[in-house]
Design a protein around this ligand. Structure first.
Ligand SMILES: Cc1ncc(COP(=O)(O)O)c(C=O)c1O
Length: 435
């Protein structure tokens, strides 16, 4: 569905204003100021002709919540407005959003090139599960942008990367990678979960598709799973028609409608919704859309505190005798600090890794002795979080594999929350004394 950008005729609204207002006007029937939770599966048609026009995609409106829901639409519009995109489709989780994003463009036998520095779950999804659809991923070291070019083949449909990568410590130089994608006539997809649009907006650097796990900073309070796929509206499908038949050839499931031709700069979103959501069904629940909308209203405030706290905590840990190393792009000592300054003008994120002296046993001791930090597998909560990957998420791997994955026995991942920084430092100091 085309998204309306909230802007008065005389002045486009700034990020903070869009975070609070985009996609949400008072309910025309009741006057409710907050977006209602439209807890309904389906919508009554005016008459048979109205129903037919909706099913034929000749008219915009709601049919069935698997394909669209007013609360979810408000969220889609808000996220598109924050990223500067043309259209968006929400999904049940970040992983569901990734599945939809690729499903819209991939055929069996197609390929994509991905940065090897991604959230571990994305690496597994791409390399193990996507293989069952006949989709092939080639992982490359993103620190040399030319690696992406070298991996492109005639079947490559996209480049996928995280600019600020989970679990942190790396910033990918997106500008030359965008040029490589443009030269090759393929999509550049960016998972912007770790930065959020407050810190970084991939469309401004040449991305075509942005994906979020809204589970993290966007919803922000550790309450609601969700994901979203956003399109820039600037990709030239007609120029690359041969590579993207799913957008540029008639779709037999819609009486021969051609999505790129019919819907132009929001054709990708329409196809993602009308075919991907309709047939795969990973829909975001209205309640989760409501929680995420509410979370986004404070995104800019939370991110400022997340980043300020993370920098203070990282500096404290870098000087601590029980800590072997700190990998945070906000520290001047990070080899990625220059790129972080180039791309992340407002802060360096709040997720990073450290190594504790004493290896596995020390890592376990630390998570057992923190009080304020919660030991769990998530990031981007208001609360501070910690995990010891070698004893949890990466425990099935050999020590050699763990080290290769950046999850060696001494590694801890921290997600710094918005509490008082001195309290967080005190908590870590106490736990490190026990180590
Ligand atoms: C960077 C990144 N992308 C994607 C995901 C997957 O999102 P979800 O857990 O909402 O499916 C995660 C989850 O941790 C993540 O950190």
């Amino acid at each position: 569905m085309p998204e309306e950008r909230p802007a008065r005729a005389d002045r486009p609204y700034a990020f903070e204003t869009r975070a609070v207002h985009a996609g949400a006007s008072p309910d025309p029937t009741t006057g409710a100021r907050n977006v209602p939770i439209y807890q309904t599966t389906s919508y009554v048609f005016d008459d048979v002709d109205h129903a037919a026009s909706l099913f034929n995609l000749q008219d915009f409106g709601y049919i069935y919540t698997r394909i669209g829901n007013p609360t979810v639409s408000a969220l889609e519009e808000r996220v598109a407005a924050l990223e500067g995109g043309r259209g968006a489709v929400a999904a049940a989780s970040g992983h569901a959003a990734q599945l939809l994003a690729f499903f819209t463009i991939m055929e069996p036998g197609d390929e994509f090139v991905a940065s090897r520095n991604l959230y571990g779950g994305s690496i597994t999804q791409f390399s193990q599960t996507f293989r069952k659809f006949g989709w092939k991923v080639t992982f490359v070291d993103p620190t040399d942008p030319e690696n992406f070019r070298r991996a492109i083949t005639p079947r490559t449909k996209a480049i996928f990367l995280e600019v600020l990568a989970n679990p942190g410590g790396i910033v990918v130089d997106i500008e030359p990678v965008a040029a490589i994608a443009r030269d090759a006539g393929i999509l550049l997809m960016v998972d912007n979960t770790m930065a959020s649009p407050w810190l970084f907006r991939p469309f401004e650097w040449g991305a075509d598709i942005v994906i979020h796990s809204t589970t993290k900073f966007l919803s922000g309070h550790g309450t609601s799973m969700g994901g979203v796929v956003i399109e820039s509206g600037r990709f030239d499908w007609a120029r690359n028609a041969e590579r993207y038949p799913s957008l540029t050839r008639p779709d037999p499931a819609y009486h021969g409608l051609t999505f790129a031709e019919t819907f132009g700069d929001f054709g990708y979103s329409m196809k993602t919704r009308a075919v991907g959501l309709r047939d795969l069904g990973p829909t975001m629940a209205p309640m989760n859309a409501f929680m995420t909308l509410t979370g986004i209203e404070t995104l800019h405030l939370r991110m400022e505190r997340h980043c300020a706290n993370a920098l203070k905590v990282a500096r404290f840990l870098a000087d601590h005798p029980a800590v072997a190393w700190v990998s945070y792009v906000g520290l001047e000592s990070s080899p990625f600090h220059g790129l972080a300054r180039k791309y992340l003008a407002r802060g360096f994120g709040s997720v990073f890794t450290i190594g504790v002296k004493g290896g596995f046993a020390a890592g376990v001791k630390l998570v057992e002795n923190v009080e304020l930090f919660s030991h769990l597998a998530n990031i981007g909560d208001t609360r501070s979080l910690v995990i010891h990957p070698a004893s949890t998420t990466h425990r099935q791997l050999s020590e050699e594999q763990q080290i290769k994955a950046g999850a060696g026995p001494d590694v801890l991942r921290l997600s710094i929350g918005i509490e008082n920084a001195d309290d967080l430092i005190h908590d870590l100091d106490r736990a490190l004394a026990a180590v």
